[in-house]
Design a protein around this ligand. Sequence first.
Ligand code: SF4
Length: 366
Amino acid sequence: MSYKLRGHKLLHHQNEIKNWQDKKMFPPVFIEFGPVGGCNHRCVHCYVQNILNTPPEMMEPDVYLRFMREIGDYGVKAIVLAGVGEPLLHRTTPRAVETAVEHGTDVGMLSNGIPLTEKNIPTLLDNLTYIRFTVNGSNKINYAKTHQTSENDWDKLLKNLDMIANYKKKSKSKCTIGIYTVLFENNLPDLLKWVKHVKSLGLDYIIAKPPNVRMDNVKMFEQLKYEKNQETLEEIKNLTSENFHVELREDLFNDAQTTKKYSECLGLPFMCAVDSDGSIYTCNWYWREKKYLYGNLKNSTFKEIWESDQKKKVLEYVGNPDSGFDIKKCGACRQDNINLFLEGLKYGRVNPGEPEGEKPKHINFL
Ligand code: SF4
């Protein structure tokens, strides 16, 4: 079964597509959520490093747990714990994951893996749909340099990956475990060794890709050229096997992310982004920007905010070509494929028919 780690899975949500076409209100299918507004690392390319707080801002535990209950009761199908920081720095996170699952929402998590412990692994692996570790290095030296951390963290990471892989084997947990490695010139020489190590642990997949770019920070770092590194990149792809998948994002090399292939952001009714202070935004490119703020969980329930006039106003701002909203300022975003599809649907270029072929895993994570 495929993970469909690129493209989108919206076609598996026909009721929501119909509601969108009929302009009816419906709960978002998917939420990106950062319970912690800070991180123990400072990756050089991290798009939120300017807004990371030290010490990290933590969502209040009672708001955190109430939110996780509310979304399931409202009908939100999936949430990924990621956002502006490291979700495992929050002590309530394992219990919050369990709570969301009990209330019917699938939960995924992105983590750098350092705060993982023997104690929190069972709750996480018994409840999460997937966990994906961000490892932007292929050895101790380049890892520490890119994550701007100590080389000891590399040893800790390897130990924690071992521990989680062993728990998965022992418990027969269904949680998918993946690795996400952003490629830079300095981690290419040991890349093959790193991917072989990940495979040897029995993890499910690795995604290898160039760094994300925003339209306004394209020159922040040197983009890797695919052709120049083709041999190494092809070699890692060849490690794909029946139980291990290498997702090499060839489509994102050579500045491919700097052009938007659509002109309207139509996908906002299907997802949103929630910050550690309880603020709910349109998406993860506009953290902490008031123009994109729907409301705050401290004062209202998720449903109240989602169905509020304030959210309607923000959508009108994004949807009105004369409002000042400029889609060209948005970076490569999670909604790109969905927006492209919805624009095609709006203008009759594609139809919303049932998806063909094998059903991918994790369809609720759009
Ligand atoms: S197109 Fe812009 S507003 Fe729409 S989801 Fe992407 S970044 Fe957000």
